[in-house]
Design a protein around this ligand. Structure first.
Ligand code: HEM
Ligand code: HEM
Length: 195
């Protein structure tokens, strides 16, 4: 059971690929972008990075919204019970996966739920939090009279930065786990990104 590699559905693969690309791009752009209060004196590169971050961020938020709609459909591979296995059979599977790691010192693999589902669910929550605060920044900057000088901007930006740190940590751990499975011969990266 633990070493079978189930396939992801086509819609899940497309959504994941677009989310992975857009969020990774967002994290890289965030390293160079000019925040609005420094925008006027910033380099052309930093200005372009901020404009790109705004557009790609709104697209990423739309993709995550679609992913939530997709998760609400019962009986698909990313149904809520798989990504949030906190009750019933899902919780039992998560506990048995943790037992497997402690016993065998390697990552288990079996279905889309259990511990791997829980970790992926956490990823969706972090990604959704950063996207929601990003959309919040967009609304305050572009649709309020004070723009980025609105006191709300600083509060939302602080949350956005905090979730940014979590997103980096998730991305690094998630790619490391995927590479681990790949190294173990499970070919999950090729399977997930096959469109
Ligand atoms: C949805 C995916 C998004 C990701 C992964 C993301 C990620 C990040 C990260 C990591 C930072 C750097 C935080 C720091 O300095 O430590 C940042 C800054 C920023 N992001 Fe985003 N972001 C996203 C969406 C958006 C959207 C939709 C907007 C809307 C305009 C936005 C606007 C900003 C602004 C203005 C800053 C600079 C904040 C400041 O330093 O004052 N982001 N973002
Ligand atoms: C921050 C960006 C990313 C997020 C939020 C994310 C999130 C997720 C989620 C939620 C799943 C479960 C399927 C789904 O619900 O769509 C998943 C699976 C997967 N992700 Fe990512 N992902 C990201 C980036 C990446 C990257 C860059 C890679 C490249 C190695 C990757 C490789 C995989 C693989 C191989 C799977 C399948 C794992 C399995 O079969 O158990 N992801 N990811």
């Amino acid at each position: 059971m633990q070493n079978e590699t189930p396939k992801w559905s086509k819609i899940t693969r497309w959504l994941h690929t677009l989310i992975a690309l857009s969020l990774t791009a967002q994290l890289i752009l965030s390293l160079v972008l000019a925040p609005p209060d420094e925008f006027d004196d910033a380099s052309e590169l930093a200005k372009t990075a901020m404009e790109g971050h705004e557009v790609v961020g709104l697209v990423a938020a739309g993709l995550l919204f679609l992913h939530w709609l997709w998760m609400l459909i019962p009986n698909n591979d990313v149904k809520l019970g798989n990504l949030f296995p906190i009750i019933g059979a899902g919780l039992k599977q998560t506990k048995s996966d943790i037992g497997y790691i402690l016993k065998n010192k390697t990552l288990p693999y079996g279905d889309h739920g259990g511990l791997s589902g829980l970790v992926h669910g956490l990823g969706i929550l972090i990604a959704s939090a950063i996207a929601a605060t990003g959309v919040g920044l967009y609304i305050v900057m572009d649709f309020t009279s004070q723009g980025f000088e609105n006191p709300l901007f600083e509060d939302i930006a602080e949350m956005h930065e905090l979730f940014g740190n979590f997103m980096w940590a998730y991305l690094i751990a998630h790619v490391f786990a995927a590479a681990w499975h790949e190294y173990a011969g499970e070919r999950i990266i090729a399977r997930m990104f096959r469109l």
